[in-house]
Design a protein around this ligand. Structure first.
Ligand SMILES: *Cc1c(COP(=O)(O)O)cnc(C)c1O
Length: 400
C-alpha cells in the first residue's frame, strides 16, 4: 500500500516511497516471528484507516494542540547567528509537554491502540525518555502500561524510573544480554508475542518491523511540516541546510519529511560512539534490515555516548536508504564538541538544549568553522528536547 493513501492532499510531502513490504530500497521490511505477522498486518491496516478518518486525525490534532502544546515555535537565534555568520533557526520541540518530540509519537500510537481496542501498551526504553512519554500517553488514555528497560539503565536512570511509576506505569528491568536498550527491545517483542490480543507495542523511534518506521514518520512529520511552513513564512524560501540529531532517527525523519522534496540539504548527526551510518554494517535486527554496529561475528555492539538518547546501535531503515541514495548526509560528533555546543546555546541564546540535539549544533559549529556550511547559509535545526534532564550529568563534568 502506498503512503499516498494517507496524505492525498499533501502530495508534495511524499517521502521516499516504501514498497508494499515496507522496504525502503534494500532496508526496512518485516523480519519477525510468525506469530507477530498478523499483529503487524492489523496495525498497518488500522494505521491507514485511522489516517483516512477525519475523526481520528481531528482528535489527534486537538490533543497535539491542547495537550502537547503544538505548534511549537521556530526561533531565530540572533546572537549565535551573528557570531557564526550564518542564519540559524531552531524548531522548538523542547517546548512541548514532557520536553521533547517523543510526545508526538506516543500520543498518536496510544490513540491508535485505543482505536484498535487494546487495553495495554508496552514500550522499550533506554535512558527512560520514551518510557516516560509512553507512560504519559497511557495515563491520559487509561491504558495499562509496561515499560521494558535494561537493568543497567534502570540503575543509571533512577529519576526516569520514578517518573514512569508516578505516571502509573510498571517498569520491568531486563537482565538478559548487556541489560541495556537493545535487550529491552527484544524483551518487549517477546512480551508482544504472548500478549498481542490485548496489547499494543509502542515503539519509540523510526525503527522496527514494518509498519513502525512508517507510523513513526507519519506521527513525527508534523514537526517537519510545521517547520517548513514557518520557515517559508519568515524567509520566503527553504533553508540551505536542515540538520537534526539521529538516535533511531525519529526526530530527524519527521524533520526531513517536511523538506525531502525541496533543495534543502538534509543532514543527520549521530554520536561518534553510535555512528551506525558510518560504522554500521547492514544486517537484520529488531525486525528490520538496516545498518547496525556489529562485531566480526555479527554480534550487536553497544553504542556509547554522553547522551543516552542516542545510544542505539542501529539507525532507522529510511535513514539507511536516504543515505544510500544520497538524499541525506550523515555525520557524527564527539562528546567534547557536544559539551561545547551545549554551553554555547545556553550562553548565547538562553536555551539549555538536551544533549541529543546538542549533537546537531556541534555539527553546525564545526561545519561553519571548516567552511562546509558556508557563510551566510541559512540553517534550520531541530531542537528535539530540553536540557533539564541532562543538567545534573553536565554538572559533574564542568566546573563553573
Ligand atoms: C530520544 C531522543 C532523541 C533520539 O531519538 P530519535 O528517534 O533519533 O529522534 C533525540 N532527542 C531527544 C531530546 C530525545 O529524547
Amino acid at each position: 500500500m502506498a503512503i499516498d493513501k494517507i496524505d492525498t492532499d499533501t502530495e508534495s510531502h511524499l517521502m521516499a516511497d516504501h514498497q508494499e513490504d515496507g522496504k525502503f530500497g534494500d532496508f526496512g521490511g518485516r523480519f519477525i516471528p510468525e506469530s507477530l505477522i498478523p499483529a503487524c498486518r492489523d496495525l498497518e491496516e488500522a494505521f491507514y484507516e485511522a489516517f483516512a478518518d477525519k475523526t481520528f486525525t481531528d482528535t489527534l490534532d486537538h490533543l497535539l494542540k491542547t495537550y502537547a502544546g503544538r505548534p511549537t515555535p521556530l526561533t531565530y537565534c540572533g546572537n549565535l547567528s551573528e557570531k557564526l555568520g550564518i542564519k540559524l533557526f531552531l524548531k522548538r520541540e523542547d517546548l512541548t509537554h514532557t520536553g521533547s518530540h517523543k510526545i508526538n509519537n506516543v500520543l498518536g500510537q496510544a490513540l491508535l491502540a485505543k482505536r484498535m481496542g487494546k487495553k495495554r501498551m508496552i514500550a522499550e526504553t533506554g535512558a527512560g525518555q520514551h518510557g516516560v512519554a509512553a507512560a504519559t500517553a497511557a495515563a491520559i488514555f487509561g491504558l495499562e502500561c509496561v515499560v521494558f528497560m535494561g537493568a543497567v539503565d534502570v540503575s543509571r536512570q533512577a529519576l526516569n524510573v520514578f517518573r514512569m511509576k508516578l505516571l502509573g506505569a510498571k517498569v520491568v528491568p531486563v537482565t538478559s544480554g548487556s541489560a541495556t536498550l537493545k535487550d529491552a527491545v527484544n524483551e518487549a517483542l517477546r512480551d508482544w508475542v504472548a500478549s498481542v490480543e490485548t496489547t499494543h507495542y509502542c515503539i519509540g523511534s523510526a525503527m522496527g518491523p514494518h509498519p513502525y518506521p512508517l507510523i513513526v514518520r507519519q506521527l513525527q512529520r508534523i514537526l517537519g511540516d510545521e517547520a517548513r511552513e514557518q520557515y517559508r513564512e519568515v524567509a520566503g524560501e527553504d533553508p540551505d541546510f536542515v540538520v537534526a540529531c539521529v538516535g533511531g532517527g525519529s526526530n530527524a525523519i519527521g524533520t526531513f519529511a517536511g523538506f525531502v522534496d525541496t533543495k534543502s540539504r538534509l543532514v543527520g548527526v549521530e554520536a561518534a560512539g553510535g555512528a551506525a551510518m558510518h560504522n554500521g554494517i547492514p544486517g537484520v535486527v529488531h525486525g528490520m534490515r538496516s545498518r547496525f554496529l556489529q562485531d566480526e561475528s555479527g554480534q550487536i555492539l553497544e553504542a556509547e555516548s554522553i547522551s543516552a538518547g542516542l545510544d542505539y546501535p542501529g539507525i532507522g531503515p529510511e535513514h539507511a536508504y536516504l543515505g544510500e541514495i544520497g538524499r541525506a548526509q550523515y555525520s557524527f560528533v564527539g562528546d567534547e564538541e557536544v559539551i561545547a555546543a551545549f554551553r554555547v546555546l545556553s550562553e548565547t541564546e538562553g536555551i539549555i538544549p538536551a544533549l541529543e540535539p546538542a549533537h546537531a549544533l556541534a555539527y553546525i559549529l564545526r561545519s561553519v568553522k571548516e567552511g562546509t556550511i558556508p557563510r551566510s547559509s541559512s540553517v534550520l535545526m531541530t531542537l528535539s528536547g530540553r536540557g533539564d534532564k541532562d543538567v545534573a550529568q553536565i554538572m559533574e563534568m564542568l566546573e563553573l
